[in-house]
Design a protein around this ligand. Structure first.
Ligand SMILES: [Zn+2]
Length: 137
């Protein structure tokens, strides 16, 4: 696959579903409780929907009750980038895929586990891969 950081927005729009494009590339947010991974607790890996980089393990997922998939940590190879976000009159920390720069969601310091972190991620930014069904790519 070509370097995802070099894809143009037009190429992204052809590659992604309209909803994934809106969230990953235009920093949109899916409607809470609408995402397919919000109440999804199978064992496996959550990859970036844009470039397939493994981002989170199902062991890191917890039910935050906020309506979006939530994680208390990331996979070391994910390399998630953090950026201060001042939109919507709030100061939040945006999280982006370390490989393709796609918008994932936001990170907060009110997580319930020992990491104290809550990665609040859009389902459409993720693509789930069940464990034990062979590794793709
Ligand atoms: Zn990515």
């Amino acid at each position: 696959m070509a370097d995802p950081k070099k894809l143009t927005e037009e190429e992204w729009s052809e590659k992604l579903s309209p909803e994934s494009f809106r969230v990953l590339r235009q920093k949109g947010t899916e409607i809470s409780h609408s995402g397919k991974y919000n109440e999804h607790f199978a064992t496996g890996i959550y990859n970036c929907a844009g470039c397939n980089t493994p981002l989170f393990d199902s062991d890191q997922k917890f039910n935050a009750g906020c309506g979006w998939p939530s994680f208390d940590g990331e996979l070391t190879e994910a390399g998630i980038e953090q950026k201060t976000d001042h939109t919507h009159g709030m100061v939040r920390t945006e999280i982006l895929c370390g490989n393709c720069g796609g918008h994932l969601g936001h990170i907060f310091n009110d997580g319930p586990s020992e990491t104290g972190l809550r990665y609040c991620v859009n389902s459409v930014s993720l693509s789930f891969e069940k464990k034990g069904e062979g590794v793709k790519g």
